[in-house]
Design a protein around this ligand. Structure first.
Ligand code: FAD
Length: 194
């Protein structure tokens, strides 16, 4: 899915589809990054995301198409020029290019290493015609609002940071679990006050 939220930026987001009868099998390849990868002020992680999203817009041909590359070309570090057996489902479009600059080198290298390894477990994962589409930069939040063992903000009493935006989840299920934990903590605190 297109999840772009500002002009001249491109963001993709893999979305579970209710139908299991679509033409393509989709999956996300996630590379973990840490604050050490984007040193600076507390919101440096958001600046980092925005830089990647602005570059993805350029790589995608400045039309809000998402940059894409065939797996075979990606592993060989050569630009893709035409699709093979796989037609991507991403709208508005996928613009073929070389994704080598779409993410930091360590992330690209990690994905190049991972794809053949995944293929050993899931034969066909490294199919040369498979299409890589990017960039999914918002798998989880680049900031975290610190909280104590009672799930309360460490500097604002009565504030209970929860879920993805607060930096405690990355996905529907983990956000739901975090929400339950915080609700339980809030209920306990309320009972303690009584
Ligand atoms: C396009 C897309 C596809 C996705 N697909 C998947 C998927 O397939 N599987 C998966 O596990 N995850 C998926 N995710 C991620 C998933 O949606 C999130 O991880 C999850 O919704 C986080 O839940 P949350 O409750 O923490 O935050 P959110 O769901 O973001 O909820 C935050 C709520 O707070 C509201 N809000 C914001 N500011 C204020 C304010 N000032 N006052 C009052 N309300 C406010 C917002 O309107 C929103 O309703 C997808 C995300 C996107 C964008």
């Amino acid at each position: 899915m297109a999840a772009t939220s500002e002009a001249e930026h491109v963001v993709t987001n893999g979305m579970s589809q209710y139908s299991r009868n679509e033409r393509n099998a989709n999956s996300g390849i996630v590379v973990g990054i840490t604050p050490e990868d984007y040193p600076g002020h507390p919101l440096a992680g958001i600046d980092y995301q925005r830089r990647l999203e602005a570059h993805a817009y350029v790589l995608g041909g400045k039309t809000y198409a998402a940059p894409g590359q065939l797996v075979g070309d990606f592993l060989a570090n050569t630009p893709s020029t035409s699709f093979g057996k796989v037609t991507p489902s991403y709208l508005p479009d996928v613009h073929l290019c070389n994704l080598a600059s779409a993410l930091p080198d360590y992330a690209i290298e990690a994905i190049r290493e991972a794809i053949p390894a995944f293929d050993k477990k899931i034969p066909g994962f490294a199919m040369p015609d498979a299409v890589l589409t990017g960039v999914e930069t918002r798998t989880s939040s680049p900031i975290r609002i610190k909280r104590n063992e009672h799930y309360q903000s460490i500097n604002t009493k009565g504030l209970y940071p929860a879920g993805e935006g607060a930096g405690y989840a990355g996905g529907i299920l983990s956000a739901a679990v975090d929400g339950i934990k915080v609700a339980e903590a809030l209920a306990l605190d309320m009972m303690a006050i009584k």
